[in-house]
Design a protein around this ligand. Structure first.
Ligand code: MN3
Length: 252
């Protein structure tokens, strides 16, 4: 009896597992694969990150008073610039073509060295971070993104508190993310160090729509140890138009 029950449970479990694999190959995995495929990347500049560090799209003071100019300057010219330059060194050493989108490297980051992982992630994460902020954020999304955030997280306010929890509880250094998962659902996740959800080694994979840097270098000058206050302020500078564009492209 016990054996039969165990066997039944096992069979039922494996049936579910094979169904999950089937669904994954039909919907989820194909989305991620298409995102990191050259065709999809070529079709959307939103998923085509260069190995270079372009000029910051606004002044260091543009996000005041929420993010101070000194923090922005050091963050961009020291921290982020170092990731970009170390990434180029790693690319040369490991034979990666820097004319290709960085997303292609992230999708198979397990094949490269820790130097590549840290700096490819570091460069990508900061490029997304700069682009996802602006002087006067809308405060909240609108349109389909707002509707789907409300469906997925009950309300925009619940979404904000769940995202903030992910950011606050990330021990040490890392990032909090809003992503589109393989089954095209919105989800909140966080990663350690400079990892991100595009990496094949990520616990929760997906296409990042929005990422928040919770390394101390991102907030310590103004907020010291008060990470929660930094997170609260940051919502004021989120560029929800940009996030909506990424969402549309990720769901397409
Ligand atoms: Mn940073």
């Amino acid at each position: 009896m016990t054996i039969n029950n165990s066997r039944r449970k096992f069979l039922s479990g494996s049936a579910k597992a094979s169904m999950a694999i089937t669904l994954g190959s039909l919907s989820g995995i194909s989305l991620l694969e298409s995102c990191s495929s050259p065709k999809m990347i070529a079709n959307s500049p939103l998923f085509r990150t260069s190995f270079d560090q372009p000029t910051l799209p606004y002044a260091y003071s543009a996000l005041e008073p929420y993010i101070d100019a000194k923090t922005m300057e050091i963050h961009f010219t020291k921290h982020a610039a170092t990731y970009a330059s170390n990434l180029k060194e790693a690319a040369t050493a490991e034979g990666v073509k820097t004319s290709r989108p960085l997303e292609e490297v992230l999708a198979k980051i397990s094949k490269y060295t820790p130097k590549m992982r840290n700096n490819a992630g570091g460069h990508y994460n900061h490029e997304l971070f700069w682009k996802s902020m602006k002087t006067r954020g809308e405060g909240k999304p609108s349109g389909t993104l707002l509707a789907d955030v409300e469906t997925s997280f009950r309300s925009f306010s619940d979404f904000k508190s769940q995202f903030a929890d992910a950011a606050k509880t990330r021990f040490g250094s890392g990032w909090a993310w809003l992503i589109v998962t393989s089954d095209k659902k919105l989800a909140i996740t966080s990663t350690a160090n400079q990892d991100n959800p595009l990496m094949d080694i990520a616990e929760v994979k997906g296409i990042p729509l929005l990422g928040l840097d919770v390394w101390e270098h991102a907030y310590y000058l103004k907020y010291q140890n008060k990470r929660a206050d930094y997170i609260d302020s940051w919502w004021n500078v989120v560029d929800w138009d940009f996030v909506q564009k990424r969402y549309d492209a990720a769901k397409a």
